[in-house]
Design a protein around this ligand. Structure first.
Ligand code: AMP
Length: 602
């Protein structure tokens, strides 16, 4: 796995370091001195920045995000500034958000929903989604936001694994994606539908109307005692094999959300913050809901999907100061050119950050040219619950690097030994697996009902991330690739197994193998290879049919964009598809060790 240090050192010098104006005028950074913050840091001190539930009754994410501000001087500050697809606005102050989330928590109780029950949310970025997540946390339910672009298959799998008892969604999403699944989801008792503002209540059999359910509820709710280790959030993520994994996060995670919001995103009291991620993915929950609110800032929520003019318009009009976005969107903006930015007054922007997939060094530098600030890449994953490695505001940026570990986080590049142990590699720029010393508050506490898969993530004190990376002599981390076969497409993590299974449901498909194919915009796209059953032969019409079938089942984000027919797929002796080989052949790379190859019909 490892390579000689000299082999990769050139990477660190391809682009000049962006030197930060230390001690410059303006907003003083929350983390002015990285080394000093690291050595002084304790999780106890980070925890002390939060209030805890009144009367020493524990720590609840929603109290820290909403009630402690609503009960204090920020009560009338805008918490959520929602911008609808058609340009309409809805503002929720911290006081409003407290009342609305209390109503939802009471509504759950009125339905007999108990602590520990799971509440799923499936909606675009509408205010009710935020209210349901936070209200569910107040009621001490386990909340799981689902991505609204998922097709019925990924939804059924996740609702099934998570044993969803409540689902909050909209009528169109329910009719299109969920209604037909109801018989296969016996645990799903209550479906609550949100109607558009101004529309009549929804009247769909077997469902409840959000407004009718919430209106009679009291705006007061006392959050029950919450132990820091009580379950709070369930986020699904994908592996190479098997079903998606439900990563469990607990209320104590809020300590990481809060401190990383301060350190990695440099959130200050007066900030207008915009995280463009959808709460159906972990970034949209940790940094689209929790971190900005615990830090008491105003969080912009834009319902519309990416469109550069709309986005620049939002940045300008809302006077956004801190912007957290993703490489695919940045690359799309770059493609349209700097002139498209010029017409906008974006002088309010103070800090730009990016996450989710590798951020090309060109994109970091382009940020500087287009917005007068570089994009600050940071790294984390569903399992870590919060940002682990970041380019901090007061730190020089090396374009192409993910930055340095957060205070409180110990990272290493490790090599796997033949006896099953791992050892940190202390030579700079040698590739190995990125590992983090376990024990920070937002670390997942398990994969739901999958103890074995969870245990496999740890060796000794290390949590193994599944990413390959390198660390340079200044302590900056550089992403190399995934150690497994999961695919990152436009920032979305996609498990090849889920896609292969959906393709195999089609009567024409005998076997399917799915890989990520590099793409200049999306990072990777999903590409499938299929072998056909007897009686079917390759044709353009069948290719289109299979693409359509997958799209309908999985949703556009997860479905393959390309399908190639193949007489057979390479398998190991134990019957596993050798995706590595499919990849090597697709890209003309060396085929590597073929000793486990069993069948191979090209
Ligand atoms: P997810 O759990 O969906 O958030 O995906 C996490 C994975 O996304 C990581 O394990 C990485 O493979 C990738 N990722 C996240 N942030 C970055 C980044 N800044 N650079 C490179 N890859 C990233």
């Amino acid at each position: 796995m490892s390579e000689p240090a000299a082999g990769r050192a050139f990477l660190t010098n391809l682009y000049p370091r962006i030197v930060k104006p230390h001690g410059a005028a303006g907003v003083p950074p929350n983390l002015p001195d990285y080394q000093q913050a690291r050595s002084a840091f304790t999780w106890e001190a980070a925890r002390a920045l939060l209030d805890g539930l009144p009367g020493g009754r524990g720590l609840n994410i929603a109290h820290e995000a909403v009630d402690r501000h609503a009960l204090g001087s920020r009560a009338d500050r805008e918490a959520l500034r929602w911008i609808g697809r058609a340009g309409g606005q809805r503002i929720l102050t911290y006081r409003d958000l407290k009342a609305a989330t209390n109503r939802f928590a009471n509504a759950l109780r009125s339905l007999g929903v108990q602590e520990g029950d799971s509440v799923f949310v499936l909606a675009g970025r509408i205010p009710e989604l935020y209210i349901a997540v936070l209200g569910g946390l107040k009621a001490k339910c386990v909340v799981s936001p689902l991505f609204s672009a998922f097709g019925p298959e990924p939804l059924a799998t996740r609702l099934g694994i998570g044993e969803g008892r409540v689902l909050v969604t909209t009528e169109p999403l329910y009719r299109r994606k969920v209604a037909a699944l109801r018989p296969s989801l016996p645990k799903l008792e209550h479906v609550i539908l949100v109607a558009d503002e101004g529309d009549a209540p929804t009247e769909v059999p077997g469902t409840l109307d959000w407004r009718q359910l919430l209106e009679p509820q009291s705006p007061d709710f006392v959050i029950p005692p919450t132990a820091p280790e009580d379950r709070a959030l369930l986020h699904f993520t994908s592996g190479t094999t098997g079903r998606p994994k439900g990563a469990i996060h607990v209320h104590e995670a809020v300590v990481t959300h809060h401190i990383t919001g301060r350190y990695a995103l440099d959130l200050h009291d007066d900030d207008i913050f915009w995280c463009t991620a959808d709460p159906g993915w972990v970034t949209g929950t940790s940094y689209g809901i929790i971190a900005p609110l615990t830090n008491g800032v105003t969080s912009v929520v834009a319902e519309a999907e990416f469109d550069s003019a709309t986005w620049y318009g939002i940045l300008q009009r809302e006077r956004v100061t801190v912007w957290y976005t993703a490489p695919t969107a940045i690359r799309m903006m770059m493609k349209l050119g700097i002139d498209a930015v010029r017409g906008f007054d974006l002088s309010s922007l103070r800090f730009l950050a990016s996450v989710g997939e590798p951020l090309n060094p060109e994109a970091v530098v382009w940020g500087q040219q287009a917005f007068g600030r570089p994009f600050h890449d940071n790294w984390w994953q569903t399992e870590t619950g919060g940002i682990m490695i970041a380019n901090f505001v007061a730190m020089d940026v090396k374009p192409g690097s993910m930055g340095k570990p957060l205070p409180g986080i110990e990272a290493a590049i490790v090599q796997h030994n033949t006896d099953g142990s791992v050892t940190p590699i202390d030579q700079p720029m040698v590739e190995g697996e990125l590992a983090l010393k376990a024990g920070w508050p937002s670390m997942m506490r398990g994969y739901l009902n999958e103890e074995e898969r969870y245990r496999k993530c740890f060796i000794g004190p290390w949590y193994l991330t599944g990413d390959l990376a390198m660390c340079d002599s200044d302590g900056y981390y550089w992403f190399v690739g995934r150690a497994d076969d999961v695919i990152k497409s436009s920032g979305h993590l996609i498990g090849p197994f889920e896609v292969e299974s959906a393709l195999m449901e089609h009567p024409a498909v005998a076997e399917a193998g799915v890989i990520g194919k590099p793409d200049p915009m999306a990072g990777e796209i999903v590409k499938a290879f299929v072998a056909l059953n007897p009686g079917f032969s390759p044709s353009e019409a069948l290719r289109r049919e299979l693409l359509g079938h997958a799209r309908k089942r999985l949703g556009a984000v997860v479905a393959p964009k390309e399908i190639d027919f193949s007489p057979g797929l390479p398998r190991t002796r134990s019957g596993k598809i050798m995706r590595r080989l499919l990849k090597a052949r697709e890209f003309g790379l060396p085929e590597g060790d073929l000793s486990t190859l069993e069948s191979d019909v090209r």
